[in-house]
Design a protein around this ligand. Structure first.
Ligand SMILES: [Zn+2]
Length: 78
Protein backbone atom coordinates (compact mmCIF):
# COMPACT_ATOMS: atom_id res chain seq x y z
CA UNK A 1 0.00 0.00 0.00
CA UNK A 2 1.19 3.45 -0.84
CA UNK A 3 1.43 5.74 2.10
CA UNK A 4 0.14 9.22 1.57
CA UNK A 5 2.67 11.86 2.32
CA UNK A 6 1.81 15.43 3.02
CA UNK A 7 3.33 18.30 4.91
CA UNK A 8 2.62 21.66 6.34
CA UNK A 9 1.61 24.20 3.73
CA UNK A 10 0.57 21.65 1.13
CA UNK A 11 -2.56 22.16 -0.92
CA UNK A 12 -4.48 18.91 -1.01
CA UNK A 13 -7.44 17.66 -2.96
CA UNK A 14 -10.18 16.12 -0.82
CA UNK A 15 -12.63 13.40 -1.82
CA UNK A 16 -15.57 15.33 -0.51
CA UNK A 17 -16.37 18.87 -1.48
CA UNK A 18 -16.65 21.50 1.17
CA UNK A 19 -20.14 23.04 1.36
CA UNK A 20 -18.79 26.10 -0.44
CA UNK A 21 -18.05 23.95 -3.49
CA UNK A 22 -14.28 23.81 -3.24
CA UNK A 23 -12.44 20.60 -2.53
CA UNK A 24 -8.99 22.04 -2.15
CA UNK A 25 -7.59 22.49 1.30
CA UNK A 26 -4.38 23.91 2.66
CA UNK A 27 -2.66 22.21 5.56
CA UNK A 28 -2.06 24.89 8.16
CA UNK A 29 -1.24 22.81 11.21
CA UNK A 30 -0.02 19.29 11.76
CA UNK A 31 -0.04 17.21 14.87
CA UNK A 32 -2.19 14.44 16.20
CA UNK A 33 -4.93 16.32 14.42
CA UNK A 34 -4.59 18.15 11.15
CA UNK A 35 -5.91 21.65 10.69
CA UNK A 36 -6.87 22.41 7.13
CA UNK A 37 -8.14 25.59 5.57
CA UNK A 38 -10.58 25.63 2.71
CA UNK A 39 -9.09 27.36 -0.30
CA UNK A 40 -12.55 28.43 -1.42
CA UNK A 41 -14.03 30.07 1.66
CA UNK A 42 -11.01 30.21 4.02
CA UNK A 43 -12.80 28.29 6.74
CA UNK A 44 -10.51 26.09 8.80
CA UNK A 45 -11.38 22.74 10.28
CA UNK A 46 -9.59 20.38 12.61
CA UNK A 47 -9.75 16.72 11.62
CA UNK A 48 -8.15 13.64 13.16
CA UNK A 49 -5.17 12.48 11.16
CA UNK A 50 -6.73 9.14 10.26
CA UNK A 51 -9.83 10.80 8.95
CA UNK A 52 -7.82 13.33 7.01
CA UNK A 53 -5.78 10.61 5.32
CA UNK A 54 -8.97 8.80 4.42
CA UNK A 55 -10.64 11.87 2.99
CA UNK A 56 -7.69 13.25 1.14
CA UNK A 57 -7.27 12.30 -2.48
CA UNK A 58 -3.88 13.71 -3.33
CA UNK A 59 -1.43 16.52 -2.82
CA UNK A 60 -1.93 19.13 -5.49
CA UNK A 61 0.92 21.40 -4.63
CA UNK A 62 3.71 20.90 -2.18
CA UNK A 63 4.95 23.77 -0.09
CA UNK A 64 8.50 22.78 -0.88
CA UNK A 65 9.03 23.42 -4.57
CA UNK A 66 12.73 22.66 -4.51
CA UNK A 67 13.41 19.02 -5.44
CA UNK A 68 16.67 18.85 -3.52
CA UNK A 69 15.85 20.25 -0.16
CA UNK A 70 18.43 22.25 1.71
CA UNK A 71 18.19 19.94 4.68
CA UNK A 72 16.75 22.45 7.07
CA UNK A 73 14.42 20.48 9.29
CA UNK A 74 11.92 22.63 10.99
CA UNK A 75 9.76 21.06 13.61
CA UNK A 76 6.90 23.27 14.70
CA UNK A 77 5.97 20.81 17.43
CA UNK A 78 8.49 21.15 20.13
ZN1 LIG B 1 -15.14 26.06 1.84
Amino acid sequence: MERKSFQLGDIVLMKKNHPCGSNEMEIIRMGMDIRIKCVGCKHSVLVPRAKFEKNMRKVLRSSTQDPNQAGGTEDPLN
